[in-house]
Write a protein that binds this ligand. Structure first.
Ligand code: FMN
Length: 172
């Protein structure tokens, strides 16, 4: 069966990739033909009917691979339904979520043509043990306790709604 839906991600420490795989698995279980691939390996979107993008926030910005992906696949993304999930808040804290939402919207405002059918901020994972350069040399960051704020119930619930959210707009 040819893959018709692409789940693609941009990650630094792997938490976004784990969420992307969970979403791809859910979509497969729902009977969709899914391909899962990191954004930096995707060359063309031509074979896909719909796209799920996932990336993390770093210093208030979308991961650079995601910014690059949006810029370089603009025409293809405009022609297909797209859903976006963005990892960020490292605690289940309403203020952190509101801040991440604000950061995501500010970043997306730089791509005014981009209009996802669904977009979702998701809690992230923070673990200073995993840091490489340059974050491993920043004492303030290393002092923050590790935490995994990914809410798997919310993630599976969002994935469950994707087939209808990603239906071509004429039939939605
Ligand atoms: C150095 C650093 C900066 C971060 N900056 C932000 C930020 O500005 N906003 C936010 O909501 N989350 C921020 N986060 C949290 C990450 O988005 C979160 O840890 C995410 O799960 C990382 O994804 P990854 O493991 O796929 O790289 C930051 C994390 C690190 C380590």
């Amino acid at each position: 069966m040819p893959a018709t839906l692409l789940v693609t991600w941009a990650t630094r420490y792997g938490s976004t990739e784990e969420v992307a795989h969970a979403i791809a698995d859910d979509l497969l279980r729902q009977g969709l033909a899914v391909n899962a691939q990191p954004m930096r390996e995707v060359r063309s979107l031509e074979r896909y009917n719909a796209i799920v993008l996932g990336c993390a926030l770093y210093m208030g910005r979308l991961h650079k691979d995601a910014r690059h992906f949006l810029a370089s696949h603009r025409a293809e993304l405009m022609q297909r339904p797209v859903a976006l999930f963005v990892l960020g808040p490292i605690h289940a804290d309403a203020k952190e979520f509101a801040e991440a939402e604000k950061q995501m919207k500010k970043e997306l405002a730089k791509f005014p043509w981009f209009s996802p059918a669904s977009q979702q901020v998701i809690g992230g994972r923070f673990d200073p043990e995993r840091f490489g350069f340059p974050f491993n040399i920043l004492p303030a960051l290393r002092k923050i306790p590790a935490n995994d704020a990914r809410d798997w119930t919310a993630i599976h619930s969002w994935a469950g709604n994707l087939p209808s959210a990603l239906r071509p707009s004429a039939t939605r």
